[in-house]
Design a protein around this ligand. Structure first.
Ligand code: FMN
Length: 177
């Protein structure tokens, strides 16, 4: 299978996750490209599409949403897997554990994912925790981050990334286009 992992990042942690996803596919014997979504003109020739973005203010980065709009016609009806990288992931978090548990319950899908669901066949959407350094998130965000028990550092859970890829692979075996 030929796999495209399209991503948008501000500070690089989402790129790291996209590259890990691509590497996991390669280890399983597939060909995988991790590319910035803003530079993708076409998804022709790819059997598996994975798209993801860092979360800022609850939403995908504008360049990720714009890329999905631009590629929209090509994505219609295609099987797509999506991931978001924020302070709180499914299995790890930059925030205090109680806050993370609460946010996992109440955080809605980002709008870009909802929009994608209206055209593409979105098979899954997964939240991963990313990383944050002092100064990355200025102003009110910095204050909220501290109030929610935020700790600067790298909360990416590589085992969760690899596990998710296994789920994606299991879901693609049947119906590769
Ligand atoms: C300006 C800004 C806004 C952010 N907004 C959110 C947010 O709304 N929710 C959240 O959980 N994390 C938020 N974060 C944390 C990022 O999602 C997290 O640091 C992520 O790893 C960034 O990915 P990147 O390194 O690929 O840019 C924000 C970070 C920044 C810098």
């Amino acid at each position: 299978m030929k796999v495209l992992v399209g991503y948008a990042t501000a500070k690089g942690s989402t790129r790291g996750i996209a590259e890990r996803i691509a590497a996991a596919f390669e280890r399983a014997g597939h060909t995988a490209d991790a590319k910035e979504l803003s530079g993708i003109d076409s998804v022709d020739g790819y059997d598996v599409l994975v798209v993801g973005s860092a979360i800022h203010n609850g939403q995908w980065l504008p360049e990720a949403a714009a890329a999905l709009d631009r590629l929209g016609p090509d994505l219609t009806g295609r099987a797509v897997w999506a991931f978001s990288v924020s302070s709180v992931g499914a299995t790890s978090s930059l925030l205090a554990s109680g806050v993370a548990r609460y946010l996992r319950r109440v955080t809605p899908e980002p709008k870009a994912v909802e929009t994608l669901q209206s055209t593409a066949d979105v098979r899954g959407h997964h939240f991963f925790a990313g990383s944050i350094a002092p100064g990355d998130w200025p102003g009110l965000g910095r204050i909220l981050f501290r109030l929610m028990g935020g700790r600067y550092g790298d909360a990416r859970d590589w085992a969760d990334v690899d596990g998710w890829v296994a789920t994606v692979r299991a879901g693609t075996d049947d119906d590769v286009r």
